[in-house]
Design a protein around this ligand. Structure first.
Ligand code: ZN
Length: 701
């Protein structure tokens, strides 16, 4: 067969099935269902064709697979993208209608036995020697992914594996429903100004809204105010409420969430952990942690433990010092009783008072210094210096989904086109979801080159939720918004500056879960570098850069109470690890015993006897972080260490800076998923990652 049989000709009448810069001006919700169904039918026929005659060679196997994956990701990704940035009831209905068919097709691709056999034959045969590194990695990862999904199991084992998957999916749904229901079941209604003592304006507004939603006639000024266990509500309340007794109630409710009655997650914990262990053993792994790490950058559980222990040793004494400082501060503020007996519901409150006294700045104070056009100019200049690229606006050269959306083209130092990206900078509560994210519109690919191109160039979507312009003034950004822009731009750089021609390993595709935040967090570091931040800033009226005094407060706020924050992350990471390796569901110890043992080594205050934090630890029991929570810190180590390479070379020296920048571009940004991330990191840094720079960054060294 020829590979063209799995590359159907795009339907010219349906713009969802285009294959280039999307025609955002022509996309209609009513064309989604027929378009995606037609695509699935074509791809399904191509897949069946491929399965009937799987040649164990690269061109006959991997290229059609890439086309199949890519076509669906492009069109279905477009639907997902618009759902996130231009939501409408019609589009949502269309998405929901066809989604089960898309999921079923994706499963069918991932679990295709003929394709798996052909890939294994490719790996075992003489053709393997002719493949280059990226191709081998793609094939090896496809094989591994299918194996982790149980493709190698037969008969009874296969049946048991599938039954476990089904039960785990159900348990995970029940776990999150319990958390949600338990969160909803709690409310603390404040009816007098005295009960609302200390609450800032923003929390009063939020709490009055919550009260209104529960049927009270409430206002931000006069109350009543309803405090809930939603993080923005409970978290802010613990920071600000001047009523110690009420803080205690909220804290106790939070740590016993989903631990009682009809929403009790307690019995689910051991069941989930037991099933995960059984599933891992069916696949030949000693533990679920070993199974999880098979597809991650970390070499094994020992490497993760080593990192967590190193961070624990550095952050525990710092957290103890921080606690002592809080006691002293509370005593000096006249709260003798609290100082003598500082409790869990006091620490955040006193830390916030101390922060206000020492480092407080308001985001409003900073905004005038960060007009978006100025920040973009500075960001692009920095990217130019570091990576020898040129970014220019190209608005009007591509249709966009909203008039505020910008379009930019990226060229190399010689002016050759490299990539393009859309930037959707502002929040639009009516039809755009919150948060910020980078998505792929098109990925780099030689096999899927568009007409007139030798290789298809990558295009990214950068989506933020910044403050919109008011009147004739540009968008004035908070420091947090500047950080977010840098973060997403970092993801975008890895997508756009890839040099990998194999689409399945280009950009962020194929990069391990625990390594994917390296470029994004790396870019954030520049916002804490004085000269860079000053160069990004310029007062909207006077053009003056950010005053030094404000910069120092920003820098100090980053390291304030960093020991306790780090220790908390270590506690979550180690708890996750111990539960997924070492814990024996048949043994005497309960998950709670395991958690308590970790906590004894990772806390400065003993837990309350009734604390059932595990019952709402959704990251690992209902999210994708099982035996992967450590990834947050793992990637942060990489990004801090990468940034340290620039500091060591001398950021003030343009030549040195450019040299390290080119090396970062040629390794981390260019190689993407084509090489193991540890090899990529070594190629950049010349050695294994070190924890030192991260500890220094937070002054914990
Ligand atoms: Zn990110």
């Amino acid at each position: 067969m020829t590979s063209s049989s799995v590359l159907p000709s795009p339907a010219p009448d349906n713009p969802w099935l285009d294959f280039g810069l999307p025609r955002f001006d022509a996309l209609r919700a009513e064309q989604v269902v027929p378009g995606i169904r037609a695509l699935l039918a074509e791809l399904g026929a191509g897949l069946a064709d491929l399965e009937r005659n799987c040649p164990p060679d690269w061109a006959g196997l991997a290229v059609p697979l890439e086309r199949c994956t890519d076509r669906l990701e492009y069109s279905w990704g477009l639907v997902g993208h618009l759902l996130a940035v231009r939501d409408s009831p019609e589009l949502r209905r269309a998405h929901d209608e066809v989604q089960p068919e898309v999921v079923a097709f994706q499963l069918r691709c991932a679990q295709s036995e003929p394709i798996h056999r052909a890939l294994c034959a490719l790996r075992a045969g003489p053709a393997w020697e002719t493949l280059h590194g990226a191709q081998r990695r793609i094939a090896a990862n496809l094989i591994l992914d299918a194996e982790l999904a149980g493709i190698g199991l037969r008969g009874e084992a296969r049946g048991r594996f599938n039954a476990i998957q089904t039960e785990l999916a159900d348990l995970s749904t029940r776990f999150s429903h319990h958390v949600l229901d338990a969160t909803k079941a709690f409310e603390l209604l404040l009816t007098t100004p005295e009960e609302a003592l200390g609450l800032p304006e923003s929390l009063r507004r939020l709490a009055a809204q919550a009260a209104q939603a529960r049927g009270h006639a409430a206002s931000a000024e006069a109350g009543p105010w309803c405090i809930t266990l939603d993080p923005p509500s409970a978290g802010a309340f613990l920071l600000h409420s001047g009523r110690r007794d009420l803080r205690e109630r909220v804290y106790r409710a939070r740590v016993t969430r989903a631990a009682h009655g009809s929403t009790d997650n307690g019995p689910l914990l051991a069941r989930i952990l037991g099933l995960r262990l059984e599933m891992a053993r069916l696949l030949g792994f000693a533990s679920y942690a070993d199974y999880s790490l098979a597809r991650k950058m970390a070499k094994g559980v020992a490497a993760v433990r080593e990192l967590e222990e190193e961070l624990r040793a550095a952050s525990l004494p710092a957290a103890q010092r921080e606690l002592a400082a809080l006691r002293a501060f509370a005593a000096a503020a006249g709260a003798a009783a609290e100082a003598a007996d500082l409790q869990h519901w006091d620490t955040a409150f006193w830390a916030e008072r101390l922060r206000e006294e020492r480092y407080a700045y308001s985001e409003e104070e900073l905004r005038p210094y960060f007009p978006l056009p100025r920040v973009l100019q500075g960001l692009f200049r920095l990217a130019g210096q570091l990576f020898d690229i040129d970014i220019q606006p190209a608005d009007g050269e591509a249709p966009v989904w909203h008039p505020d959306v910008r379009f930019f083209r990226v060229r190399d130092g010689e002016g050759r086109p490299l990539a393009a990206f859309y930037l959707d900078p502002y929040s639009r509560p009516a039809d755009k979801r919150g948060g910020a994210w980078m998505d792929s519109c098109l990925g780099r690919s030689a096999a899927l080159a568009l007409a007139g191109q030798a290789v298809r160039l990558p295009v990214a979507y950068l989506n933020c939720n910044g403050s919109p312009p008011v009147g004739d003034r540009p968008s004035l950004m908070t420091f947090g918004e500047v950080l977010t822009l840098f973060h997403e731009f970092g993801h975008g750089l890895q997508h756009m500056l890839t040099r990998v021609d194999e689409g399945l390993a280009a950009g962020i595709r194929g990069v391990e879960w625990d390594a994917v935040e390296l470029p994004s967090q790396f870019m954030e570091n520049w916002c804490y570098h004085r000269e860079t931040l000053l160069a990004l800033s310029g007062h909207v009226d006077t053009g003056e850069p950010l005053p030094d005094e404000l910069f120092h407060k920003i820098a100090a706020a980053r390291t304030f109470m960093a020991g306790g924050a780090m220790l908390g992350q270590v506690r979550y990471g180690l708890t996750d690890l111990e539960l997924h390796q070492g814990y024996d569901p048949q043994g005497q110890a309960t998950p709670l015993d395991v958690e308590r043992a970790v906590r004894a080594r990772t806390s400065v205050l003993p837990p309350l006897a009734e604390d059932r934090f595990l019952c709402s630890f959704s990251h690992i029991f209902a999210g994708g972080y099982a035996a992967g929570y450590y990834s947050y810190k793992w990637a942060e180590v990489l990004s801090a260490d990468a940034f340290a390479a620039f500091e060591e070379a001398g950021i003030a020296d343009p030549l040195a800076l450019a040299a390290v920048g080119r090396r970062f571009r040629d390794t981390v940004l260019a190689e993407g998923g084509a090489r193991h991330p540890m090899e990529v990191f070594r190629a950049f840094r010349g050695r294994d990652p070190s924890v030192g720079p991260l500890l220094r960054q937070y002054r914990l060294a």
